[in-house]
Design a protein. Structure first.
Lengths: 434, 581
């Protein structure tokens, strides 16, 4: 028997205590799916400089009366998410709370018992999971496993539904821009997310576990539609948040050429791969409105980078960076320290490498300590990889994060590396994109 | 979609609670109730200052305040509260430390929880230590270390000025100072500090944002039982709301301030906090703020305050280029404040920090223009021309030189410099206008009219439009084409309704067209603008006379002559009218 989906009101919140509010693109994608399914959705992005009071939140909740509240969740905002969820439950005891996001997908089931104010953990692709939750709530289906979701049965027992398959055709999902869920005019800069997954298998990254070995993406036509809308209605400043925007050189070229053909006026930041950055591509990027490119370096030390499985060596990156800088593009290099096999000297070698490339140490080029999150290869076997957690009192919903030292660097040395980077930083070590 | 910076409307982020040493138990209890009601209305990252009037501390009240804030944080784990408590420090005052220990203990559970959860949400206690004059530096440092070791960030309120040894340790101990050499009191220091901190936060923003109302705050005054939406309202004793009025929790916050006094307040804060910036080693940030505030205040016409702020920017500058730039700006503010001698002194000082003597000469010239010493101004501009400066805006200077020559009635030279101020083929409304002024002054009305008409066609600035129209009207009047003059002068009046000359000239043209009723309206408006304008009272009299309103005309002529006995036509008309009476 096919059930008819009843409409409900959903509130999706992204709270980032460390940065000003940014486009909540992932929540926007989820909201677009909910809206297309007949639900009423509001998306809210709260950042470090957002001004809101507990009473303001409570008043809004009373007025909006959401039945379901979803939070984009990651390691460092969980305490804020929990507290907001508790406030929501005080104001609206009947509402249900779901957590989604990278930290939640691989969070252990035991976390649910430590999160009494949370009703659902969304595992895997949020669009499908939240639709399943909404459907289950609409029909009052209690205690049954929900695909892609962990929930709590009466009595506190955890129940996790079957996995949901990762979508291979992202065009099936409606656009958060074109559906009006997100408004580019409300933001200083827009974020575009055109693909999921990554062909690489970096040991510190959760993407391979979340999306499998392949990559799925929106069609070039769909990307251009979104870009045209965002550029026309927003400030024209945007960046691509794909885990690996440049997984296909052909696709990148088609998108850039499409931007030129359609006269889409944007100033763009894009992540790219060093081995595809030819003079021709740089020229095309510039003409299409790219002002800044970023490349993943992680480490420049030969003692470190082979084990990261990035498949690109630092010499290629240096050459690409110099070429781009000479052409007038701003270049950013992502790097980390406290990686496996990395001594303090190795880490400082990376700092020197970045400076030698002519890259300014600022924004995303400020290195940060590697963080260990649920779902990454390193997290799974961190002790074997020389990672020594410093804490044994973490609640089950928190991963190790940065609370570790390694067989090669003590906490003090990690701090010294951080200080060395900050000393060379033009902006005090403030990262723009996490 | 909501505004993500302020999704639920006005949200104060700081409350200044001024405790009254003489408060009754009932008053105090009421104060605590209000604080309890206020906390949920504050921003999720907020500051609470608990300050006793007269700088006395209120250790007995602090325990309850911390209990209330702790309860609030237990319920709202996403919030961070900084509770600033004034604590007195007297020589040999060991017993106090036990009390302080109890105070700081209130924050400990939140510190532990924050560490366990890797969260930054917590309770911060930030004592403001006020050492008595007999407290030694080691004692003060010991107190600071006591609080630092308990993660309570201390600051010092020092009405007697800064103790150098204390400052030397300030950076290592992360202490800050509230200096108060003028002994205006801690509340004044907090006020000025709040305003300046807002400006420092906005230093990257545009100048206009810098002068907007400061970070939302309000003052709870236990003594009066009132709450105020800003320090200035509290200081002035107005626009407060009483405790216990409507609201979700029995207490409605006062509305946000919106008035235009903010720039002056920011200017005052910038000037009065100068020593504090140095004491807290924030000169670099301060310089940028002072300069931007100076630019903003000058834009708001607050030239004296702007000059003072520019001077502080100069004092905090760390390069000769910055010193010269800030001094030049100071001189221009002083010039606009009609403080010409001081403006010249500032420029002389600026000259010591730059090799570009031409640029300094140029600005001297601009000061002299305003001082109306056109000969001196021309000498200075010539000096700038003779220099090898590539910074002097030559076109602008030629234009200024032309105006100088016009003012000393050297029209041929004026035309020469007007022409030089333009690139080949370039046209500018002001240049065409002043060509017209030269011709008009020399009685070449036809060509003057051409120039003024050209100026009109070149889209003059809004503030210049009335003047250009006036001169077009004046040309028609000279040509006795009064109908055309009236059409243009009516537009001049619309563009610049407070310019008395527009009303005067339009009234005259109406008079010549025998439109006496209209002329009366014009001259009445003229004497409204300047009640001491004898000629306009006389003109009013003539039009009333021609309307047959003789008694009123006589009254107007008498008024005119009382103001200016040399208006001959008024005297003669008065004689005739009174003779026929």
């Amino acid at each position: 028997m096919e059930l008819t989906l009843l409409s409900m009101r959903v509130l999706l919140i992204d709270i980032n205590p460390f940065m000003p509010p940014v486009t909540p693109i992932s929540l926007g994608n989820i909201a677009a799916v909910l809206k297309a399914s007949g639900h009423e959705v509001e998306v809210m992005s709260l950042g470090s400089n957002s001004m809101f009071s507990p009473q303001g939140v409570a008043r809004f909740l009373k007025q909006y009366q959401p039945r379901l509240i979803g939070f984009g969740t990651y390691q460092r905002n969980i305490p804020h998410v929990r507290a907001l969820a508790q406030l929501a439950k005080r104001v609206l005891p009947e509402c249900r709370v779901v957590l989604g996001g990278p930290q939640v997908t691989f969070m252990p089931d035991a976390a649910v018992s430590a999160l009494p104010e949370i009703d659902f953990l969304s595992r895997g692709e949020g669009e499908q999971a939240i639709r399943n939750i909404a459907e289950a709530m609409s029909h009052g289906v209690g205690g049954q496993p929900i695909p892609g979701v962990t929930t709590r049965k009466e009595g506190g027992e955890c129940i996790t539904g079957p996995s949901i398959e990762v979508a291979r055709e992202l065009d099936e999902y409606p656009s958060p821009w074109l559906t009006g869920v997100l408004d580019p005019a409300a933001m200083d800069e827009s974020i575009i997310l055109t693909s999921r997954g990554c062909p690489n298998n970096c040991c510190f990254c959760y993407t391979p576990a979340a999306f499998g070995p392949g990559t799925c993406s929106q069609s070039v036509e769909r990307v251009l539609e979104d870009l045209a809308f965002v550029s026309q209605h927003g400030t024209g400043r945007l960046w691509f948040a794909d885990p690996n925007f440049s997984f296909s050189e052909t696709r990148v070229v088609e998108i850039l050429e499409g931007i030129l053909e359609r006269g889409i006026a944007s100033r763009m930041w894009i992540e790219t791969r060093a081995d595809m950055l030819t003079p021709q591509l740089i020229e095309l990027m510039k003409r299409a409105g790219v002002h800044s490119i970023a490349m993943g370096l992680e480490s420049a030390s030969p003692n470190v980078y082979p084990a990261l499985k990035k498949g690109i060596d630092p010499e290629q990156i240096e050459q690409a960076a110099r070429s781009a800088i000479d052409s007038g593009l701003d270049v950013e290099l992502f790097s980390q320290f406290a990686l496996p096999n990395e001594t303090k000297e190795d880490a400082l070698q990376t700092l020197q490498f970045v400076m030698n490339c002519g890259v300014k140490i600022q924004g995303n080029s400020n290195a940060q300590q590697m963080h260990l999150y649920f779902g990454t290869e390193l997290y799974s076997n961190h002790r074997e990889r020389g990672i020594k957690p410093l804490r044994d009192d973490l609640p089950p919903y928190l991963a190790i994060g940065g609370a570790f030292e390694t067989d090669w660097m003590t906490s003090a040395e990690i701090k010294q590396v951080e200080t060395a980077w900050r000393a060379e930083s033009a902006d005090g070590g403030r990262r723009v994109v996490s | 979609m909501r505004n993500w910076r302020q999704p639920f409307g006005h949200t104060p982020e700081t409350v200044y609670l001024f405790l009254d040493p003489a408060a009754s138990a009932r008053q105090r209890s009421s104060t605590f109730e209000r604080l309890r009601a206020v906390l949920p209305q504050l921003n999720w990252r907020s500051h609470v200052f608990a300050i006793g009037k007269g700088e006395a501390d209120h250790l007995s009240a602090y325990g309850e305040i911390l209990r209330i804030t702790s309860e609030f944080l237990e319920q709202n784990g996403f919030a961070t509260l900084h509770v600033h408590l004034l604590v007195s420090l007297n020589a040999g005052d060991g017993e106090r430390w036990l009390t302080w220990e109890r105070l700081t203990a209130a924050a400990r559970p939140f510190q532990v929880r924050a560490r366990v959860l890797m969260s930054e949400a917590r309770l911060h206690i930030a004592p403001i230590i006020t050492p008595s004059p007999d407290v030694s530096v080691p004692e003060a440092l010991k107190a600071a270390e006591f609080f630092n070791s308990r993660m309570a960030l201390p600051s010092f309120y020092l009405p007697g000025g800064l103790l150098p040894e204390l400052q030397n340790r300030a950076e290592a101990e992360e202490m800050r100072f509230f200096l108060d050499p003028g002994r205006h009191g801690l509340t004044s220091q907090l006020w000025m500090s709040h305003v300046l901190e807002t400006a420092l936060d906005r230093v990257e923003d545009d100048v206009g944002s810098l002068l907007l109302p400061c970070r939302p705050h309000f003052v709870l005054d236990e003594q009066s039982g009132m709450a105020f939406s800003c320090f200035r309202h509290w200081d002035a004793g107005g626009d407060g709301v009483e405790f216990g009025t409507n609201g979700d929790n029995g207490f409605q916050l006062p509305a946000a301030p919106t008035d235009r006094e903010c720039p002056r307040c920011i200017g005052n804060a910038a000037v009065s906090m100068r020593d504090n910036l140095s004491a807290n080693r924030r000169e670099k940030e301060g310089r940028a703020v002072y300069f931007k505030v100076a630019v903003g205040l000058a834009g708001d016409g607050l030239y004296e305050e702007a000059a003072a702020s520019a001077h502080h920017a100069y004092e905090l500058s760390d390069s000769d280029h910055d010193r010269a730039t800030t001094l030049i700006h100071e001189s221009l503010c002083l010039r606009d404040a009609r403080e010409f001698e001081k403006a010249e002194v500032a420029l002389d000082l600026a000259g010591k920090y730059t090799r570009d003597k031409g640029l300094i000469a140029y600005y001297h010239g601009k000061v002299q223009v305003e001082w109306r010493d056109y000969i001196e101004a021309l000498d200075r501009f010539e000096e700038a021309l003779q220099s090898d400066s590539d910074q002097v805006p030559v076109a602008d200077m030629y234009f200024e030189m032309a105006l100088c020559h016009i003012n000393i009635e050297e029209y041929a030279e004026a035309r020469l410099y007007l022409a030089r101020s333009l690139e080949d083929g370039e046209k500018k409304a002001p240049v065409s206008f002043y060509h017209g002024v030269c011709d008009f002054a020399e009685g070449k009305i036809d060509t003057a009219l051409d120039h003024f008409t050209e100026a009109l066609s070149l889209d003059p600035a809004e503030e210049d439009l009335g003047r250009v129209l006036f001169y077009v009207g004046a040309c028609y009047k000279q040509m006795e084409r009064f109908d055309e003059a009236v059409v243009v002068l009516e537009k001049a009046v619309a563009a610049d309704p407070d310019d008395i000359t527009n009303h005067n000239l339009l009234g005259f043209c109406y008079y010549r067209l025998k439109r006496h009723e209209d002329a009366v309206v014009c001259f009445r408006r003229a004497v409204e603008i300047d009640p001491k304008s004898g000629i306009d009272w006389a003109n009013l009299g003539s039009n009333l006379r021609d309307l047959g309103r003789i008694n009123e005309a006589i009254e107007m002529y008498r008024k005119a002559l009382s103001l200016d006995p040399h208006i001959e036509f008024a005297r003669q008309s008065l004689v005739k009218l009174t003779a026929s009476e």
